[in-house]
Design a protein around this ligand. Structure first.
Ligand code: CDP
Length: 205
């Protein structure tokens, strides 16, 4: 039986951490869909045309170094605004969402476009400064030299582009549960998400 948990939200809101923990808790598979766009953006920076890059994406592309960099994130949000790029990545995400045994997908348009029939939809947010601080800490821990202001500006710029684009813009699905993690630690945020999924699983019995 398929069971899909769609987790959307802006950059560095905590989607990745929550998704991994929810998947581990319920034994579901997890797909970080941002990686598909980051890998496509990375190949565009290598000189490939964006749509061709998306159409020819391989498993190895998703394992390349540097996909977490600010440069790759910026390129990702540029290619993500191209409808043909989104179309090229659609079938893979839909098939993953309906795989046997349950799946968690995190991204920007999972609950609205990729899987509008998802059993659970969460929209994870946090204030701009809190999100920027989290991403800043992550980048510093991985050895990147940057400043808080630079990270904040990058994040706002990307959110603006992701929300304003015509094709699958970042926005909560009408039936999404909103989860604001501004004042929540990782454990509390994960617990809140797990509770929502548990309730839905119990309903389905
Ligand atoms: O980790 P973070 O939230 O910073 O970014 P990400 O989830 O890896 O996504 C990188 C970029 O890919 C986003 O800024 C979006 O432009 C794009 N993206 C998208 O358009 N749709 C998705 N389902 C996932 C990511």
């Amino acid at each position: 039986m398929g069971f899909t948990v769609a987790i959307d939200g802006p950059a560095a809101a905590g989607k990745g951490t929550i998704s991994k923990a929810v998947a581990a808790h319920f034994g579901f598979a997890h797909l970080d869909t941002g990686l598909l766009y980051r890998a496509t953006g990375r190949r565009m920076l290598d000189g490939l045309e964006a749509v061709e890059a998306a159409e020819a994406l391989t498993a190895e592309d998703l394992e390349r170094d540097g996909l977490r960099s600010a440069e790759a994130a910026r390129a990702a949000s540029q290619v993500a605004a191209i409808p043909e790029v989104r179309k090229a990545l659609l079938d893979f995400q839909r098939a993953f969402a309906r795989r046997y045994g349950g799946a968690v997908l995190d991204g920007r348009d999972i609950g609205t476009v990729i899987c509008p029939e998802a059993e659970v939809k969460l929209f994870v947010t946090a204030s701009d400064p809190v999100r920027a601080q989290r991403r800043f800490d992550e980048l510093i821990a991985s050895g990147v030299e940057t400043t808080f202001d630079e990270v904040l500006a990058d994040l706002k710029d990307r959110d603006r582009r992701d929300s304003a684009r015509a094709s699958a813009p970042l926005k909560p699905a009408e039936d999404a549960h909103l989860l604001d993690t501004t004042d929540l630690g990782i454990e509390a945020a994960v617990e809140a998400a797990v509770t929502v999924v548990k309730q839905r699983l119990e309903q389905g019995r």
